[in-house]
Write a protein that binds this ligand. Structure first.
Ligand code: MN
Length: 421
């Protein structure tokens, strides 16, 4: 696969994140356009967002079962299934490719990205987060249980997860307020209720389920259900988590916010970048074995920018480091008969690489707060007030790039008293 040329010139450079090969799905509004009063669905192309809500309304885009884009979220398209996804991409490609005859009808529906306000791209029906990165699980396990018991006994057999809160998922650019919570006191003393002092990120990918399911599905069926992927930051209050998580897992530590990138990159755009999960240390039970490569080669990085300061890239890693793919996680998720719905969001788990500078959380980067890391103008163990954390990711094709848009959030100070009325 090489660059597909578009008449939108800014889409044709090797490092443009939104070439014709990508066509990610978002929701936007822009002053002075048809989307000013209610946001529209759009697909990014070069330096623009293409107003696909308007294209469908004018009959330039026809989707089976439509209209599907007359609401400010992509769920109806997602639920319509793989044939509609392919038809959407084929029609938009036909309208935007170099030499397209309908260019003069489409040009009016391009809105400059810098004028567009990006909203949540879909309604999150439910949110599940996993713990499926081996380097992350090993690092965290070593810190809390020692190197010999780093991985729990189930870890090499199932992708461990917990049910998160759909209501807490926000789009990039949303400020995140430092949470209060109950944390462990000195031995046998009463715990304290205070603002989190160990507020952290988790660098993850999020998969968005399109096709619903009832009952168990195979890994291959699970892969076919996935509509696309986003970058995902699972904000985590480590001090709250350490006190609350036994024996039922994370609860309030993970409920403040989870930030996603504004563009859902459809699975079709990522096909050329499929890679296999690493070799299995122990064979998986048959229902979790993969029939083919289901991870993706996506380079990832995290930038930390203090208030008024310069950004430092604090981590560089790759999605291919995961031990379990989302297809395996989704298959596992359904083994109990759990129904899955369009708009289900699955966090991959923190994506850490094997090296010190490829760790996907500050907990690991600062080794539990013991080894501060350098950032512009100082050091960090955990996030300080008014730091902005930015996740970026891209797949590098032959002469083109597939980008996701930044997944950024600024941490603003805790309230002085969360119960003040
Ligand atoms: Mn997580």
């Amino acid at each position: 696969m090489s660059l597909m040329k578009s008449w939108v010139e800014s889409a044709n450079s090797v490092d443009a994140p939104f070439p014709l090969n990508n066509l990610p799905c978002g929701v936007f509004s822009a002053k002075g356009t048809a989307s000013e009063d209610e946001p529209h669905c759009g697909m990014a192309i070069g330096d623009f967002v293409l107003d696909v809500t308007a294209l469908e309304a004018e009959g330039l885009l026809r989707l089976d079962g439509g209209p599907l884009l007359d609401v400010p979220f992509w769920n109806a398209v997602m639920e319509a299934g793989p044939e509609v996804w392919a038809s959407l991409r084929a029609q938009i490609t036909g309208l935007l490719k170099a030499g397209a005859s309908k260019r003069f009808l489409v040009e009016d529906h391009l809105v400059a990205l810098k004028k567009a306000r990006l909203e949540m791209p879909f309604l999150v029906s439910e949110y599940t987060d996993f713990y499926a990165g081996r380097h992350h699980a090993t690092n965290v396990g070593t810190m809390f249980r020692g190197a010999e018991n780093a991985l729990p006994p189930n870890w090499l057999h199932i992708p461990i997860g917990y049910n998160g809160r759909a209501s807490s998922v926000v789009v990039s650019g949303t400020e995140v307020r430092r949470p209060w919570g109950q944390v462990k006191g000195p031995d046998h003393a009463v715990p304290a209720f205070q603002p989190s002092r160990r507020f952290d990120i988790e660098l993850e990918m999020g998969a968005v389920v399109g096709v619903p399911s009832e009952g168990p599905v195979t890994v291959a069926e699970a892969d076919a259900m996935i509509f696309g992927y986003v970058l995902l930051n699972d904000w985590s209050a480590r001090d709250i988590q350490a006190w609350e998580y036994q024996p039922l897992g994370p609860f309030q530590a993970k409920a403040t916010a989870t930030t996603i990138s504004p563009w859902v990159v459809m699975k079709a755009a990522l096909e050329p970048f499929r890679v296999s999960t690493p070799p299995r240390e122990v064979p998986l039970l048959p229902h979790l074995q993969e029939p083919g490569p289901m991870l993706y080669d996506i380079a990832l990085e995290v930038g930390l920018t203090p208030a008024g300061g310069a950004e430092t890239v604090i981590s560089r890693t790759n999605y291919r480091e995961m031990y379990y793919s989302t297809a395996q996680q989704l298959a596992h998720h359904t083994t109990s008969g759990c129904p899955m719905n369009a708009g289900d969001l699955l966090g991959s788990g923190t994506i850490s690489g094997p090296d010190k500078d490829s760790r996907g959380s500050l907990l690991e980067l600062s080794w539990g707060g013991k080894e501060p890391i350098p950032v512009a103008g100082g050091t960090r163990t955990f996030i300080e007030d008014n730091d902005t954390l930015t996740l970026r990711g891209h797949a590098q094709g032959d002469g083109y790039t597939i980008g996701f848009g930044d997944c950024a959030g600024k941490v603003i100070p805790a309230l002085s008293d969360p119960y003040a009325r």
